[in-house]
Design a protein around this ligand. Structure first.
Ligand code: PRX
Length: 666
C-alpha cells in the first residue's frame, strides 16, 4: 500500500512548542562531575582526532587478538569497514579476559525470575557456561558464519546463547519471545538459520506461559532450514517433542565440556542479525559486525552511564529481543565487566512495586528504562516507589521514544530523589549503539531532550534539501559521518539498505526521525516521519499490520495509523473495510461490531504478536485516497486522535472523510 510522507514539523507541533519553552536545566553536581567517567574535554578530543578517536577507543575498550591496520575503509560507501585487518573475539572480551584479570568472582548476572527464583552467575561461571554452549553448538554442526535463531524469554540462557554464537563466529538472530510463530518462521527463513534455541516457556503475570509450541508450529511443515531445536527447561510445563530434532539444554549444553578456546574473528565478521520493522510489510534483517559494534557499545555504556564496574549494579529493563537488550544487557555491560540485573517478568507481578523492590534488593545504581514504563509507574502513583529504598540509584537512563518533560521530571524527582542525572539516549537498531545523549557529569540536562551527539558522532538536523537548519528550527535527523556500530547492511538485500538510509540525502544517513534544534543548538527528537510507529518503545510498521489485517478472510482493505497514547506513546488504530455482506452488515446504523473487532485484534496478535494488536479497530465503508490512490493516513490520524479533520482538497473524493466521521458516530 502506498504511503504519504508527512513533514517532520507535523510530528507533534503543539507539544513541541511547549517542549522548546522548557526552561528547566539541571547542571551536574560538582561532586558527580569530579568523579565522572566522561570529561568535558572528550568532545574536543574527538573533534580534533577524527576517526582516530574511535581507533583509540577500540584499543582501549577491547583486547584484540590482532591489531587492526586501518581505522575506517569508506571507499565502498555506504558499506563501511571499521578496524580493518583486526581480529577480535566478542565472547573472550565479554568474559575470559575478566576472569584472566582476576575478576572471575564478580557477579556478571543477577537473575530474578518472575516467580521470585534467583540465580547469581559470576564471570567465571558465565565463561564456563558459554564455553559449554559453544561446544554444544559446534557438536550440533553449527560453525562459523551459520545462523542461529534465539527465541527465549528473559533468562540467562539468552545471554549465554548469544555469546556462544559470538564465540564460534556463528551469527545470532534473536527473535523477541512475544512474536508469533509466523514472525519466527519468517525470520528463520530469511536468515536460513540452522538451529533454534528456545525454552518450554516462561512466567507471565504469575502463570506459566508457553513458548515451544510456537516453535513447533513455525517448523510444522518440516521444510525449514532448522536442523535442531535446543530447549531450555524453564517452567517445566509439558511440551511436544520431535525426536531427532529436539534436544534439552540440560542434556546437551550442561553436559558439554568446559574447555573452549576463543579465536579472534575478523573485525568485520557478522556478529548478529536483528529484524526490525521498516515502512514496508517485510521486516529488515539489520546486520551488525564485530569490531566496530563492540567498540561503540562498550564506549557508550561506560561514558553514558558513568559505569564504575567494581561498584555499580546496572539494570537495563529492556527485553533481550530488542536492540537495547543486545547492546545494553549483553554486549556493552559485559565487555565492561559490569554486574547486571536481569528480570524475567512484568513490572506489576505480583505487585506494582516489583521494579523498586528489585532496585532495593540488588542495590541497583544505574537504571535504563523506556518512557512508556516510566509513564505507567507515574500513573500508579508516587506512594509505590516511596515504600522502597532507592538511594543506591545514581544514574537513570531513558530509551526508545521521546520522553516528555513531565515523565523526565518524575523520573529524576521521585525515582532519583532529585539528585541523579537522567540521560535520554537516542539511537536505533540500525545505529547499534547510543548516538545522541547527554553525558552525566558533563551536560547541563534539559528535561525531554537527548541534546547532543556523543563525541565521535556527527549528527545534524537538516531541511528538505539537506541543508543544516538554524537553531530554533525543525527538520530531519541525519548522521553525516560513518560510525563504528553502524549497520553494515540489510541481510540479503544491499539495495534496500542503500534505498532506505542513503538515498534521501546525498552522502548522509537518514534516520527516519524528525528533530528540532533549540536556541542553544540542542537536539530534540520528535518521532518518526515515516510509516513506522513506536508502540511502548517498540517499532512496528503500519504496512506490516495492514498486511496482517487483509490476510483475514473478512477484510477487503485496511489502513493503520499510530495515534498518540498517554501511556504507550503511540497506539495502533486500524481502519478496516470488510468484504461482501459483512461490509453492509457492520457499517449499518446500530450494528454491533464488538465480535468482529475482537476477532480482528486477535488475528493481528496471532500474525505478528500481542504488541501489534490494534487499540481500536474502526469498521468503515471508505478510505481517504488521493487521485493517485495513496491513502492519506494524516486524515485518519486526525480521526484517531479526535481532532478536526485537516485539509481534504487532495482527496479523489472529498466526501469520504465525512462518510467516515459520520459513520463512526453511528
Ligand atoms: O524514533 C526513534 C525512537 O525509536 C526508533 C528506533 O527504534 P528501535 O530501532 O526499535 O530502537 C529502539 C531502542 C534504541 C528511533 O528511530 N527512539 C529511540 N530512542 C529515542 C527515540 N525517540 C526519541 N528519543 C529517544 N531517546
Amino acid at each position: 500500500m502506498a504511503e504519504e510522507k508527512s513533514a517532520p514539523q507535523q510530528a507533534d507541533g503543539e507539544a513541541l512548542e511547549n517542549l522548546l519553552h522548557e526552561g528547566r536545566q539541571f547542571p551536574p553536581s560538582d561532586q558527580f562531575a569530579a568523579n565522572a567517567v566522561a570529561k568535558p574535554s572528550l568532545y574536543a578530543e574527538a573533534e580534533s582526532a577524527g576517526t582516530e578517536f574511535w581507533a583509540r577507543q577500540a584499543r582501549e575498550m577491547l583486547t584484540w587478538e590482532k591489531d587492526f591496520e586501518q581505522t575506517l575503509d569508506w571507499s565502498e560507501a555506504p558499506f563501511a569497514k571499521w578496524f580493518v585487518g583486526g581480529k577480535v573475539n566478542a565472547a573472550y572480551n565479554a568474559l575470559d579476559r575478566h576472569v584472566e584479570a582476576g575478576n572471575g568472582d564478580r557477579v556478571a548476572i543477577n537473575f530474578e525470575g518472575e516467580p521470585g527464583d534467583v540465580r547469581q552467575i559470576t564471570y567465571a561461571e558465565l565463561t564456563d557456561l558459554v564455553k559449554q554452549a559453544a561446544n554444544a553448538f559446534e557438536s550440533l554442526g553449527v560453525g562459523k558464519g551459520d545462523r542461529v535463531a534465539i527465541y527465549l524469554p528473559m533468562i540467562p540462557e539468552a545471554v549465554v546463547s548469544m555469546l556462544a554464537c559470538a564465540r564460534i563466529g556463528a551469527v545470532h538472530s534473536v527473535v523477541f519471545g512475544g512474536f508469533s510463530s509466523d514472525a519466527l518462521r519468517n525470520r528463520i527463513d530469511d536468515a536460513e538459520a540452522k538451529l533454534v534455541v528456545t525454552a518450554d516457556g516462561t512466567y507471565r503475570r504469575g502463570n506459566p506461559s508457553s513458548l515451544k509450541p510456537a516453535v513447533d508450529e513455525a517448523l510444522s511443515d518440516g521444510k525449514s532450514t532448522i536442523e535442531h531445536v535446543l530447549v531450555v527447561q524453564r517452567n517445566e510445563e509439558p511440551v511436544d517433542w520431535t525426536e531427532g530434532r529436539d534436544l534439552w539444554w540440560h542434556d546437551t549444553v550442561a553436559k558439554a565440556g568446559k574447555d573452549h578456546t576463543a579465536v579472534g574473528h575478523d573485525s568485520e565478521h557478522p556478529l548478529y542479525i536483528l529484524y526490525t520493522s521498516g515502512t514496508t510489510g517485510k521486516p529488515k534483517g539489520i546486520l551488525h559486525t564485530t569490531g566496530g559494534y563492540l567498540t561503540q557499545t562498550a564506549f557508550t555504556h561506560k561514558t553514558v552511564f558513568d559505569l564504575k564496574p567494581e561498584q555499580d549494579v546496572y539494570w537495563c529493563a529492556a527485553d533481550i529481543g530488542w536492540v537495547t537488550g543486545h547492546s545494553y544487557i549483553t554486549y556493552g555491560p559485559l565487555l565492561n565487566g559490569a554486574s547486571v540485573v536481569m528480570y524475567e517478568g512484568t513490572p506489576d507481578t505480583p505487585h506494582r512495586g516489583r521494579w523498586w523492590e528489585i532496585v532495593e534488593k540488588y542495590k541497583v545504581s544505574i537504571l535504563y528504562a523506556a518512557p512508556t514504563a516510566i509513564r505507567t509507574m507515574m500513573k500508579w502513583g508516587d506512594d509505590i516507589p516511596a515504600k522502597y529504598d532507592l538511594s543506591s540509584l545514581r544514574v537513570l537512563g531513558s530509551v526508545g521514544e521521546p520522553i516528555n518533560p513531565e515523565a523526565w521530571m518524575w523520573y529524576r524527582k521521585v525515582i532519583g530523589s532529585g539528585r541523579t542525572p537522567v540521560v535520554d539516549t537516542w539511537w536505533q537498531t540500525e545505529t547499534g549503539a547510543i548516538m545522541i545523549s547527554p553525558l552525566p557529569g558533563v551536560t547541563e540536562a534539559k528535561p525531554g531532550a537527548a541534546q547532543a551527539a556523543l563525541p565521535g558522532i556527527n549528527a545534524d538536523v537538516v531541511d528538505e534539501s539537506g541543508q543544516s537548519v538554524p537553531n530554533g528550527s525543525g527538520g530531519y535527523l541525519v548522521i553525516r559521518e560513518p560510525w563504528p556500530a553502524m549497520l553494515r547492511g540489510i541481510w540479503g538485500d544491499p539495495q534496500r539498505y542503500k534505498d532506505t538510509y542513503w538515498s534521501r540525502f546525498e552522502g548522509m544517513y537518514f534516520a527516519g526521525d524528525g528533530a528540532k534544534r533549540d536556541e542553544d543548538g540542542d537536539i530534540w527528537l520528535l518521532g518518526r516521519v515515516d510509516d513506522v510507529m513506536n508502540i511502548s518503545g517498540h517499532r512496528l510498521s503500519t504496512t506490516e499490520i495492514e498486511s496482517a489485517l487483509v490476510s483475514h478472510a473478512a477484510v477487503a482493505e485496511s489502513a493503520v495509523v499510530g495515534a498518540n497514547d498517554e501511556t504507550t506513546g503511540q497506539a495502533v488504530v486500524a481502519f478496516v473495510i470488510l468484504r461482501g455482506e459483512d461490509a453492509k452488515k457492520f457499517t449499518a446504523e446500530g450494528a454491533d461490531t464488538s465480535e468482529i473487532v475482537a476477532d480482528l485484534r486477535n488475528h493481528v496478535g496471532r500474525e505478528i504478536g500481542p504488541i501489534a494488536k490494534p487499540r481500536q479497530v474502526l469498521i468503515v465503508s471508505e478510505l481517504p485516497k488521493t487521485r493517485s490512490g495513496k491513502i492519506m493516513r494524516r486524515l485518519l490520524k486526525d480521526v484517531a486522535e479526535n481532532r478536526e479533520v485537516g485539509d481534504v482538497s487532495t482527496l479523489a473524493d472529498t466526501s469520504v472523510m465525512n462518510q467516515i466521521t459520520e459513520g463512526l458516530k453511528k
